[in-house]
Design a protein. Sequence first.
Lengths: 249, 275
Amino acid sequence: MPAKLILSMDGAVIKEYPLTKERTTIGRKPHNDIVIDNLAVSSEHAAVITILNDSFFEDLNSTNGSLVNGAPAMKHFLQNNDVIEIGKYKLKYLNDQPTQTTAADFEKTLVLRAPVRQSAAPATAGGAQGAKYESTTHFNATATKVEPKPVAPAAATVATVTPLAVIQILNGPNLGKEMELSKNLTTLGKPGVQVAVLARRPHGYFITHVEGGSFPTVNGSSIGEQPHQLNDHDVIELAGIKMEFYLKA
Amino acid sequence: MNTNEALEIVGQTNPGMVRSHNEDSITFDVNYGLAVLADGMGGYNAGEVASGIAVSVLSSEIRHRLDAARPEQKEAGTGDEIGFALLRDNVRKANLSIFNAAQSQPQYAGMGTTIVAGLFYDNRVVVAHVGDSRLYRLRGETFETITRDHSLLQEQIDSGVISKEMARLSKNKNLVTRAVGIDAEVEPEVHGYDVAVGDIYLFCSDGLNDMVEDEDIGATIQMLQGNLALAASQLIEQANDNGGRDNVSVILVKVKASYPAPRGWWAKLLSWFRN
């Protein structure tokens, strides 16, 4: 089903426009695809460029401007349920095509045989806009590092479902030190001597031997080469260092 | 040093969490410094057939040819380096055999595959690719893509229609602009890169990079470089933990030592006898 724009004023729906054309124009003059006969609307006010399943809104230097989701916009990469405002009129963008990385029904790869024409497409969607979107999916792991970095929406899902766990050192010079396991993977030990990795997964934490002559032990027994699931208050020993694994309440 | 001593190669392929069968195919051979990964598409089992043909054509033809010639030598007719020519010509050969199979058998109509293939020789990697399967490189702290996808989204990024950050929101993922076996002819992209000791190369299908962010892929490889097999299985596990919506395949190649081509009189004599 193609994406569509629903034109309304004061909450009353006026008409639906399927976005079947590469370029759908909006304006006061009758040659536009979406005609809004109102003096606040420029004769050629705006256009929506549609490339397969993606649509981009572009204000054509209109006299009174356009709002997208309440903010003035010249160019905007439309997402499902975005609302474009032109004067007193609202155009709601609906695209219920699932985004392929979030839908269960993942679309198969398709081949485009002829390159899609690019000429009518709007120029760059700016980095500032990109950052704006980023923040909506930003997941802030309670990490040891504080520098902000864009976090993957996909990766964030893992961390949100698994409770945070901590490793506390039980002997040696770092006695009492704690380390939060906020990342997907955390390595323990000394490279070249003995290294193990702790993986934070949707169904819990797993420790796996990476390198070194001997395997780490959990509660006194060697874990071998296979991943070993950790339980609350397990004691890990690795390269002579003992540490306790526990879940943060 | 030969590639079988200088390189370590591991590979894994997995159907993922949603798909019933695996349409990816991989192969690698450390003796020839060769790695090939293909992500097939098409109904029923046609995707598997296409990627299987591509991988077997490349691996058998290239190995056969390298039994009699060195990849850094020039081809007699064209003057092209044999390594480059082997990748380019055999992607075309695979293209033709998939295309012909699809033409002659209705159940295979429209099948095709992506491909990314690397040949490591003379302290270099030469890589050929078609479609959106990728080669990445970890060098020191830097993890980056070496190949550029032949996809609508990459074209849109290149022409400024959409920014890299916004591309994540696009509903036009998985639209490739080139594939092997769809038309009678295909133009593979072939480039050569110098390698450094310590580099780790990742060949992967989009089932990995669509499910796991580049940053996390790079961090995983860097952390687990002491155990390449574990790094490969952790990458697949992460893709599956994040939903595993597609088949996922990885080949990791670690450069442990330099592997210059033999250049002494002895090597020349040997190759003269071989020819």
